[in-house]
Design a protein around this ligand. Structure first.
Ligand SMILES: Cc1cc2nc3c(=O)[nH]c(=O)nc-3n(C[C@H](O)[C@H](O)[C@H](O)COP(=O)(O)OP(=O)(O)OC[C@H]3O[C@@H](n4cnc5c(N)ncnc54)[C@H](O)[C@@H]3O)c2cc1C
Length: 308
């Protein structure tokens, strides 16, 4: 209920314009967002790296409405890759296809993302571009897009995507991606999806996650397990021990600002952890999805609003 309500609010344009321009909004968003500029993302990444974790940097934004905005978003990602190289950061990038103009001109999006992947692939050691997964109208398009990029000579190890355990189709999608040796980030899924295509009960989503997780962990390909769910994380640790999987064969992934205690605990135990660090001025939809995931986050917001 709460989650659906906040996903609905995350799509409200007027609220978004108001929040992104208000100083209170910018302050409270700092709970989950690194800041507004590349320099903020670099500083946060350095701190996370010092804590023994790698990073994926996300320039916040989705659903651009014209080609210039798409080109501008891609340009920012080129600057991020340059900043990663110049500052010797242990980091890669995550992007959304609708931020690269998928809804405006698919060929333009292909050209823009293609250039970013080529740039990442040409680095030494090679970099990596993770194509985030958006709502279900984009699932097939995103998978096709990534498979096409992955087939291009030289790109092989430098592009991957995301599978959402709440979608009933995910088992088949995982099989296809694995057959093509494409790296996957497994998450539960952050959007509101209809019951015809998605598991809606937490129990079902968790069971789907655990099943897919085990398939990924045994695949011999390097994947990311993105969750803060302690029960699932314990299952992953136990499975890795049972199957004698070395810690270098997969990574846990968590969002900036969420369950730092768990992040540090996994590092201390010798597991690999990558933190998703979002930054940028367009933080509202991302922030609202995070609020809806946990009632305590709403109390946190309310406390800050009252203090302002
Ligand atoms: C690295 C990363 C990348 C992601 N990429 C995508 C993507 O491309 N597409 C997509 O649809 N979704 C993505 N997600 C979001 C994901 O789908 C879930 O919405 C989100 O991770 C919450 O699910 P959970 O697995 O943590 O489990 P939940 O069952 O939601 O939560 C388990 C526990 O984790 C903690 N927790 C979870 N969320 C929060 C929060 N917001 N604040 C505080 N505590 C919290 C709580 O202790 C909670 O009890 C990503 C998540 C991560 C970690």
């Amino acid at each position: 209920m709460l989650r659906a309500f906040f996903v609905h609010l995350s799509e409200n344009r007027s609220l978004r314009n108001f929040a992104e321009q208000s100083s209170v909004g910018r302050r409270v968003s700092g709970r989950f967002v690194a800041g507004t500029d590349i320099s903020d993302a670099v500083r946060t990444t350095q701190a996370v790296n010092r804590g023994g974790m790698s990073v994926t940097i996300d320039n916040l934004g989705e659903n651009v409405t014209n080609p210039d905005e798409a080109r501008h978003s891609a340009q920012l990602y080129h600057q991020i890759i340059d900043a990663i190289t110049a500052n010797h950061l242990d980091a890669n990038i995550s992007l959304k296809l609708t931020h690269m103009g998928l809804d405006v001109d698919e060929n333009l999006a292909r050209e823009l993302v293609g250039r970013l992947v080529s740039k990442a692939a040409s680095l030494s050691p090679p970099g990596f571009v993770r194509v985030d997964m958006e709502g279900s109208p984009y699932t097939q398009r995103t998978l096709d897009f990534v498979r096409e990029l992955h087939r291009m000579p030289g790109n092989g190890n430098s592009v991957g995507t995301v599978i959402q355990a709440y979608l009933q189709r995910s088992q088949k999608d995982v099989e296809q991606l694995l057959a093509e040796r494409i790296r996957i980030r497994l998450c539960k899924g952050a959007y509101k999806e209809p019951a015809e295509i998605a598991f809606t009960a937490k129990r079902e989503v968790d069971a789907s996650y655990i099943k897919l997780m085990k398939t990924l962990m045994k695949s011999g390909i390097y994947h990311g397990l993105a969750t803060h769910d302690e029960h699932i994380i314990r299952e992953a640790e136990a499975f890795a021990m049972r199957e004698k999987l070395a810690p270098e064969t997969f990574e846990f992934q968590m969002l900036y600002g969420i369950r730092r205690d768990l992040q540090q605990e996994l590092v201390r135990k010798g597991w690999r952890v990558r933190i998703y660090v979002p930054f940028g001025t367009e933080w509202y939809p991302y922030f609202m999805r995070r609020l809806g995931e946990r009632p305590a986050n709403v109390l946190f917001l309310a406390r800050h609003m009252l203090r302002a």
